[in-house]
Design a protein. Sequence first.
Lengths: 229, 75
Amino acid sequence: MMTWKTLMSPDSASPLMEQLTFLHDHALMILLMITVLVGYLMASLFFNKFNYRYLLEGQTIEMIWTILPAVILIFIALPSLRLLYLLDEVNNPLVTVKTIGHQWYWSYEYTDFANIEFDSYMIPSNEMEDYHFRLLDVDNRIAVPYNSQIRMIVTAADVLHSWTIPTLGVKIDATPGRLNQISFLLNRTGIFFGQCSEICGANHSFMPIVMESISPECFISWIYNMSEI
Amino acid sequence: MPSLETAPFDPRFPNTNQTRYCYSSYLDFYRCQKVKGESYKPCQYFKKVYNSVCPNSWVEKWNDQREDGTFPAKI
């Protein structure tokens, strides 16, 4: 999860996020190499004592440093386009979870089998226990089975909100009157956090999202427990 | 133990905006019921889809509108 000192991407919990992280690392490596090269060239040019008054042209080197950037861009573009199309792949979800953004909490509905609905409020700082993360923990978490394709339908009841979980590489606006669909797969168990990402009023910073990834058997017993409440 | 199953991918609605998937399934269920009768089992597919995809508040509002006779579409 992100803390105040997270400089690099958080560990991913979904194969698509993992691919996004790899693309980012690949592109950043190319950028760093270019920066070091240019920095070195500039430094060495700055501090040398070479002089040549009759310089007119250098066809070969001009050809090289025109073609080389195009080749570098191809190295960046091909993985990028591959991932772009991969993100739009169609898949058959196993579970549909609906989330509705309100001012200032999220409500979740699981209506595939039983009619389960609950609200998810942030735990206020004055009611926090020792094990809670300040401004991130909620009273009711969303439970999902891991290694299963999840379809998330996001909407809002009043103003614009945005539902996101960075470790899954998911961010989607919650627009009133519109159902936005996003699909993901979690490849490990754990608890994943996110925060509302569209300004929605006074407590915009205080409506976090917490998702708990559990085994399919635990998920089914969670469904049974929730539907009895 | 129920087997986990949900509304399948519908190629008529391949993009992010699934509003029409929800609304069409709701209309299709009640139109199917009206044409085929309440005991016709295959109509339940549409009901399964709209229950999975539509928010409960939307379904309740439309049910109330149908009862009042103010539902905006023809069933």
